[in-house]
Design a protein around this ligand. Structure first.
Ligand code: OVV
Length: 408
């Protein structure tokens, strides 16, 4: 967005003059989230000419009113009614009903609880296999980098397997995800640098959305079956497969990476999980609240609309800070405490409303199986050095997480 297209500051709206996509705020967002919630239910950020909310209730309201707050104009900073999308629009993410409904119906059928029951056993075996390897390394006294070794390795194995991809070139999925989630922010250095690498990655992704690349019966092939049945056109099928490849890996990689970080830095919580591995699911959920892998999404107002009494004109970009809502003291007792004993129902890490994460049952399955597998094998899990971050305009992501895992 160029500066001359930034709308003027509206009267009566608290102003917060920060750049939420700066390296400093991405590296350490929580003090800014606190200022955001304190400044008001909705604030104006002059740098980008956007409304921003970091409180739980207005975030929930925005996400649950898909008629006033649309997705078809993009769920990033760019307004697709003013500038062309950076890639052909997603049929589900960047769509409104009724188009959205057709795509959503297909994906929610493929990613249903019934599917989870079918894949659970093989996902559990892969978690065991991976973590047995980590256990051997730990017994040899090795320091394990939890990011490549666990957080990346596991989703990169099980999810593309379930989609039906071959094993070559899967690292492209991480590069592509990094680019997609950067592209929801401004054209800053982060986006420019991840976009530089993207041509061959995009070509690989689009090639692997073709039916011939997808194992019969897998999630990808099931989309083509829906096209065979006339639910979507044959041209739309690869575009829906693209949504799996965009949203299905980087999100769970960082969800698991952040959960490992939470447990490594909260030894009492880990002790509790080790004593009772059946807490794994709840621990993963709490880590989603505490360190939301997807930090933000935008919506665009379709009409003049009031949010907590603040009027916003049609065509306004509204940033919902999911991660700030997830630590809103109005919603959560002691929000800055990582507490695996709480049930953080209503957290916003998967969004809410008709666009709420369609893959959340699979994401939870992966998180649960990895955390339970770790809890059973290791008495303690400790940082063995400073973790490093991979800054991204949307994702809360680690580059490395050196771990000392002490076998049980
Ligand atoms: C939720 C999400 C993130 C990124 C991409 C997509 C969806 C997509 O549908 O392409």
């Amino acid at each position: 967005m160029t500066t001359d297209s930034v709308p003027a500051a509206p009267a009566g709206v608290p102003v917060l003059d920060v750049d939420p996509f700066s390296n400093a705020l991405l590296a350490d967002p929580y003090p800014y989230h606190e200022r955001l919630r304190a400044a008001g239910p909705v604030v104006w950020m002059p740098k980008y000419g956007i409304y921003v909310t970091g409180r739980h209730e207005p975030v929930r309201q925005v996400l649950n009113d898909h008629e006033s707050y649309i997705s078809s104009a993009g769920v990033g900073l760019a307004n697709f009614s003013k500038e062309p999308p950076f890639r052909p629009k997603s049929l589900i993410l960047e769509a409104d009903p009724p188009n959205h409904t057709r795509a959503r119906t297909i994906l929610s059928r493929i990613l249903s609880p019934r599917t989870v029951a079918q894949i659970r056993e093989s996902f559990a075996q892969e978690a065991d296999h991976l973590l047995d390897g980590v256990l051997e390394a730990a017994r040899r006294g090795e320091i394990v980098d939890g990011v490549p070794r666990i957080a990346e390795a596991y989703p990169l194995k099980v999810f593309p397997d379930a989609v039906g991809l071959g094993s070559d070139g899967r690292e492209n999925l991480l590069l592509y995800g990094d680019m997609i989630f950067n592209a929801f922010g401004p054209r800053n250095e982060l986006l420019i640098r991840s976009a530089e690498k993207v041509q061959p990655v995009t070509a690989w992704i689009m090639a692997h959305c073709q039916r011939a690349m997808l194992r019969p019966g897998g999630f990808g092939d099931q989309i083509y079956q829906a096209a065979d049945a006339g639910e979507i056109s044959q041209d739309e099928a690869p575009m829906l497969v693209r949504s799996f490849l965009s949203a299905g890996v980087d999100t769970t990689v960082n969800g698991i990476g952040n959960a490992l970080w939470c447990l490594a830095t909260n030894p009492e919580a880990y002790a509790r999980l080790h004593a009772d591995p059946s807490l794994a699911r709840q621990a993963f959920e709490e880590s989603l609240r505490y360190e939301s892998a997807v930090q933000t999404f935008f919506r665009t107002t379709s009409r003049e609309v009031e949010l907590t009494g603040i009027p916003m004109p049609a065509g306004s970009k509204v940033l919902t800070v999911l991660a700030a809502a997830n630590r809103d003291e109005r919603q959560w007792p002691d929000p800055d405490r990582f507490d695996i004993g709480r049930r953080p129902t209503g957290h916003m890490a998967f969004g809410s409303g008709i666009h709420g994460c369609v893959g959340q049952v699979v994401a939870r399955l992966e998180g649960e199986l990895i955390l339970a597998g770790i809890a059973k094998r290791f008495a303690r899990i400790e940082l063995a050095g400073e973790p490093t971050r991979r800054l991204n305009n949307t994702l809360r992501a680690l580059a490395s997480l050196p771990l000392r895992l002490i076998p049980a």
